[in-house]
Design a protein around this ligand. Structure first.
Ligand code: B1M
Length: 215
């Protein structure tokens, strides 16, 4: 119970847009031995849902949403080395990015960190990536998997175009999609190989693909 209260203090600091405090409290929890997943889920991810809700109801605006995102990132930066540890020989290579028109990158970054933690080499293209840039990145890096992230209903079209283009040009490369508005049905409809609703699920899916590719 005390642990939960400590974790809610992190969430409060995100809601106060106080990155320094988030960083300090996340370090405190790690020193105390609190499981990283709890710090991530309760301390960092859950308050972003509150932020989204506050934005939807007009209580806050884009600058506040950005400040909350930056506060959350201060905490993610502390967790990054832990989430990405266990590295040895890469089990596979993933190119990933947020699709054209989409500037959201927190979920993508988190997915990238967990893929690194699962042993993958991750080439992160960043945000707002045109379909052609994904194609060029596949030609350059020869990945096993491409991961696409979209957070806006308006950028799901770019996800569709990118997936179709990748499917046509590189049938051997697995395309994995995710992001808040994306669903399994949408993934199936656009011809993606797979969908995961969260970052840990994406790492599990990517491992499954590598098993299939090496079978
Ligand atoms: Co934006 N935004 N935003 N925003 N923003 C949402 C997404 C929104 C739902 C808020 C709301 O209205 N309630 C809404 C979208 C509505 C819709 O389309 N349905 C919205 C809007 C409207 C906008 C703008 C249009 C606002 C405006 O300008 N009027 C604008 C668009 C900018 C653009 O992209 N062109 C905009 C801008 C921004 C900021 C820049 C201010 C900032 C982003 C900062 C950043 O990312 N660097 C921001 C933020 C912070 C949010 C919310 C509040 C939080 C997003 C987030 O980081 N969540 C968001 C509301 C919400 O989601 N609750 C909102 C935490 C993160 C860990 O979750 O990214 O979902 P998420 O990732 C999850 C899963 O989706 C999954 O794994 C993660 C969890 O483990 N996942 C994958 C993600 N990618 C994956 C890939 C995979 C697998 C899983 O495989 C490859």
């Amino acid at each position: 119970m005390e642990d939960i209260e400590n974790l809610l203090e992190i969430a409060d600091a995100v809601l106060d847009y106080d990155g320094e405090q988030v960083e300090r409290l996340v370090n405190r929890e790690l020193d105390a031995g609190t499981p990283v997943k709890q710090v991530l889920d309760i301390g960092l991810i859950e308050p972003m849902d509150d932020i989204g809700e506050q934005f939807s109801t007009g209580e806050i605006f884009v600058p506040e949403m950005l400040m909350a995102a930056n506060a959350m990132k201060s905490g993610l930066n502390v967790l990054r080395p832990i989430l990405a540890e266990n590295k040895s020989e890469p089990v596979g290579r993933v190119v990933m990015g947020s699709v054209q028109g989409d500037l959201h990158d927190i979920g993508k970054n988190l997915t990238g960190m967990l893929l690194e933690g699962a042993g993958f080499e991750v080439i992160d293209l960043g945000v707002d990536q045109k379909p052609d840039l994904f194609v060029a990145a596949v030609e350059e890096h020869d990945p096993d998997i491409v991961g696409l992230s979209a957070l806006l209903t308006t950028t799901m079209g770019a996800m569709k175009i990118t997936t179709e283009l990748l499917r046509e040009k590189f049938p051997q490369v697995k395309v994995m999609v995710g992001g808040a508005p994306v669903t399994q049905e949408f993934a199936d409809a656009i011809g993606a190989d797979g969908y995961s609703e969260d970052a840990p699920g994406a790492a599990i899916l990517a491992r499954k693909y590598m098993d299939e590719l090496s079978a």
